[in-house]
Design a protein around this ligand. Sequence first.
Ligand code: MN
Length: 248
Amino acid sequence: MSERLILVTNDDGIQSEGIDLLATVASRFGRVVVIAPDRNRSAISSALSLHSPIRMNEVGVDRYSSDGTPVDCVNLGFYHKLERKPDWVLSGVNYGWNLGEDVFYSGTVAAAIEGCLLGARAAAFSLTTRGNLENTKPFLATFLEQWEKMPLPPQTIWNVNFPQQVPLGVRLTGQDNRAYHDVVEQRKDPRGKPYYWIGGESAPTYSRQEGCDADAVLDQWISVTPLKLDLSHPEVVTRRDEFKRIFG
Ligand code: MN
């Protein structure tokens, strides 16, 4: 069997300490190629650059930065830079949790989703901005050593979040709900014209449903959530009679 090929990316950018740590740990398990944005592209979700050129620069051995999005970087890996399809796509370690509905905004999670859609085993890793990256190392190594023993159904990724403090252990979790307290603030530029700034000061409120991601990390556990890319609602899809009565 040929050596395992691992594509590592993120949305915080190639200069992030989190991507270095992930690439270093991953290198124990195969050949790692890093392709990541040349700047912070957090909260860019699955954006794909279809109407502008994308540049890529070699910045080290098996290490490239691109002015594209995280999903662009995954595509550059699969369809250009790598000689074959990677076995694993690993995204992170992101500074900032991706809990509950964060996954819809996250470029970190989106890169793992893209890897999965293109046929690799994929995972996203995130840590609160107040956390210590070093604390993620032992479980990262364990996770990557063991995760092939737990195959997932197709179209599923792992979303891993680390607690702020030294983890007590690991929990298999569901996806929580959270309330955002975002605001749109209007400010004035030096020429007196208005501009807008999105993002509230206060932290989000999590539902903290038992067994879900936020509850786990807030209780100091590592949260490991299987995320299903099929977002259709299985229960609602069966309500065809009711639907027919209403919509014909
Ligand atoms: Mn980020």
